[in-house]
Design a protein around this ligand. Structure first.
Ligand code: GLA
Length: 377
């Protein structure tokens, strides 16, 4: 085999935001927007990458990828490809046969739909097939995460890589991070999903996300010292035992850390409830939890922005909207709107147009479906 084409989707997350790195639960799903990645072997000693999205191409010799570690590629669009090859080398696999890569995409960048993980997982899955590397799916998830954490310098959790690898059409995952395992939950075709891309670019390599990780580490240290517990266990016990939760809050003794821990507990509880309600066919009530999740992300976790709160709160009030919230890392990016089938789309479109005019912004509205995981096409 000389070439391969891989379709790698983006993802949304119904609920369970900013809890992957404390290893509780989320309910993410792959969507029908994707990066198509073509890899073609050649005889060279380099990789050449073409990207439609960045309107650019770049040739990188294997020598600078593997041997000159001081070359920091994290600031460049082609850093994702180098990051994957370097993380793969750390795993014990060095590809030294030249190849070309071409990426064509309809997945917006920096919109909280996980475009970077989509490229990384797609590229790695392509290499795995083309060069018969023998990686299993969990290897792919872990290597792609390492590429993002170490080589792209973005301290993200594992939700995006896992979802893109294991997603399923018309379904979401109930993802248990501590087990790295999931259950599929099929969603009936009674709902429509809209993405509102605020075009306020977010980057998880930027300070906001990094600070949340530092705060999480502080909480972890305090819990370990005082209760000999990791955050996940402290969160799960707190859901059942309010007295214990109050003791933790007393020990954290810091208004910011208290809010963050409160988000971990309430968001984890909502995620468990969301999954349970789904299993009991209580779909509409389940989607209502998205609204509460947004309040928590805004007030307790403080990763929303005033203009996003304004948008979300107005959309939540519209007739036949079941739930609406910001998704992903935050500080910009996208909002997800879940509606009943008979929702008046034009009303939302008009609302967004007026919002754009009034606030001089360029928000984009589009419909999505729950699509397939990464696959060969
Ligand atoms: C980003 C990260 C994920 C996760 C979300 C917040 O998308 O890449 O790992 O932490 O933010 O839930």
């Amino acid at each position: 085999m000389n070439s391969i084409c891989i379709r790698s989707p983006g993802r949304i997350n119904f609920i369970g935001e900013h809890v992957d790195y404390i290893e509780t639960y989320s309910c993410p799903a792959t969507i029908n927007l994707y990066n198509d990645i073509v890899i073609l072997k050649n005889e060279g000693k380099s990789i050449r990458i073409y990207s439609d999205k960045f309107g650019d191409s770049k040739e990188i010799p294997f020598d600078s990828i593997y041997n000159i570690k001081e070359y920091d590629f994290s600031k460049f669009w082609y850093g994702y490809f180098v990051g994957i090859l370097r993380a793969l080398a750390d795993f014990g696999i060095k590809i030294l046969e030249g190849f070309e890569v071409k990426v064509i995409s309809n997945l917006p960048d920096g919109a909280g739909l996980s475009s970077s993980a989509s490229i990384e997982v797609g590229f790695l899955s392509g290499l795995n097939n083309l060069f018969s590397l023998g990686l299993d799916k969990i290897d792919i998830v872990k290597i792609a995460k390492k590429a993002e954490n170490i080589y792209m310098k973005a301290p993200c959790g594992i939700m995006d890589q896992y979802t893109i690898t294991f997603g399923k059409r018309n379904s979401f995952l109930f993802l248990d991070y501590s087990q790295l395992a999931h259950k599929y939950c099929e969603v009936p075709e009674d709902f429509n999903y809209f993405i509102i891309d605020t075009k306020i670019k977010h980057s998880i390599a930027a300070d906001g996300y990094k600070n949340r990780i530092l705060e999480k580490d502080k909480i972890q240290n305090i819990l370990m010292q005082n209760f000999n517990l990791n955050i996940k266990d402290a969160v799960l016990i707190s859901i059942e035992d309010f007295k214990f939760y109050s003791e933790i809050i007393l020990k954290l003794n810091d208004s910011v850390l208290n809010k963050r821990f409160n988000h971990f507990v309430s968001e984890t509880e909502r995620t468990i409830t969301f999954y349970k309600k789904f299993k009991e066919n209580g779909f509409e009530n389940a989607f209502n939890l998205l609204n509460q999740s947004h309040i928590s992300l805004s007030n307790l976790y403080e990763v929303s922005l005033p203009e996003i709160d304004d948008l979300v709160l107005n959309i939540q009030k519209m007739e036949n909207v079941l739930g609406c919230r910001m998704i992903g890392g935050g500080f910009g990016g996208s909002c997800l709107v879940v509606t009943k089938r008979n929702f008046d789309y034009l009303k939302l479109k008009t609302f967004i147009n007026t919002f754009n005019e009034k606030n001089k912004c360029d928000i984009n509205l589009f419909e999505i479906n729950l699509g397939d995981a990464v696959h060969i096409i």
